[in-house]
Design a protein around this ligand. Sequence first.
Ligand SMILES: Nc1ncnc2c1ncn2[C@@H]1O[C@H](COP(=O)(O)OP(=O)(O)OP(=O)(O)O)[C@@H](O)[C@H]1O
Ligand SMILES: [Mg+2]
Length: 453
Amino acid sequence: MARSTSVFVCSACAAETPRWMGQCPGCGEWNSLQEETRGKVPGRGATPARVAATKPLRLAEVQAQTYERLTTGIGELDRILGGGLVPGSLVLIGGSPGIGKSTLTSMALGNLEGAGRRTLYVSGEESAAQIRLRAERLPGAALQVPVLAETDLDTVLATLEAERPEVCVIDSVQTLHASDLSGAAGSVGQVREVADRITRLAKARGIAVLLVGHVTKEGALAGPRVLEHLVDCVLQFEGERERTYRTLRALKNRFGSTSEAGVFEMRQDGLVEVLDASARFVGEATRAPGSVVLAAMEGSRPLLIEVQALVSESDLEIPRRVVSGIDRNRLALVLAVLARHGGVGVGTSDVFVNVVGGVRVDEPGADLAVALAVASAARGIAFAGEDAPPLACFGELGLTGELRTVAHAERRIAEARKFGLQAIVTPEAGTLRAALRTLRREAARGPREIATV
Ligand SMILES: Nc1ncnc2c1ncn2[C@@H]1O[C@H](COP(=O)(O)OP(=O)(O)OP(=O)(O)O)[C@@H](O)[C@H]1O
Ligand SMILES: [Mg+2]
């Protein structure tokens, strides 16, 4: 006998309770429990069917599998995926609205279609006419990609069965709706069900699926956490809609490394890979007070990015701390160390820090760049002369003012040298105070090249 049951699922942590509560017992969030009906649950007393046991195999007896990768024709995307799409795998691509998720996936499908692969673009967000409009401005065979504008999960699965594409895009997982489940499309239960059923079909039929996902206000992937466990690969599209540069990075990858990231530029004809990102950022870097170049690592690739700071007198009781491209708490830490161990206090001033180009840096190696940019801005003195190359730096700041080594120091230095940056401050300076002192000494040696702080 089958019957339906009701459960209450937390929209924050996906914990389940049999009855409604004001506060989630799992994560403590208030008013986050939503009712869901579960259909076809075997009733009590139903006898389980007899199931034959399976003999487990020793790993050495398991046939090793080599994955044939499908090249998307977008070099950066292929590299981040670990060499291309794996048949039967699920890739979740998250990113804020308008960042370019549909553009990237349309381009990938267009290239695959052009290479003779069977593709399908399923959109629950846009009409076929809207998708065509986008495809018109994209290169390659984007206009040849078969499209299905549909939100009903059963119809989508039936179409996938009938069409048997090799690669499919679902844009987005939040818009599909399973009719046998209550709850609006995009609710925790719906997203989980949609992802689960697509996964099963994709694995059974060897379809590589690119699943587009929404992000929350805080920038995390929307939907239940279980979604991230379910898929093989999670890619995050970062950057700001209004800026040209966007970064794509892997947060999880069952078929490759998660340290890879790629930089893209949004243009009229779609997203273009930026392979010479360092050259562009250094070329655009100002030599004004408050500017330094950070020798960062984007995955396994070094990248030179300009970090700018502005320190100005505040008219507020609690001065502003505004950041773009770095973590706000990290700025608080850097300012505290700078005041306590660097002799540069900005307690009563507004501080703005910006990583130029809309790039986001999440590594601790950015600390020193932020500290030097703020110190330079606070004193109103530039680190580099008008005609000299900008100052490069990297290093993590410890709470006692020491500089800590970060990974790939040689590659960061090599990248800086490659672009003609001679003055480089590294963790070898020892402490923040010593780094500031070195800059002062360098200034004495080559006036106008590097000024004192
Ligand atoms: N003609 C154009 N020239 C340059 N850029 C464009 C043009 N048309 C659209 N764009 C850019 O493409 C972006 C939209 O891309 P896309 O639709 O792929 O984003 P998305 O991440 O799928 O958004 P959503 O979450 O709303 O689905 C716009 O924000 C805009 O920056
Ligand atoms: Mg879209």
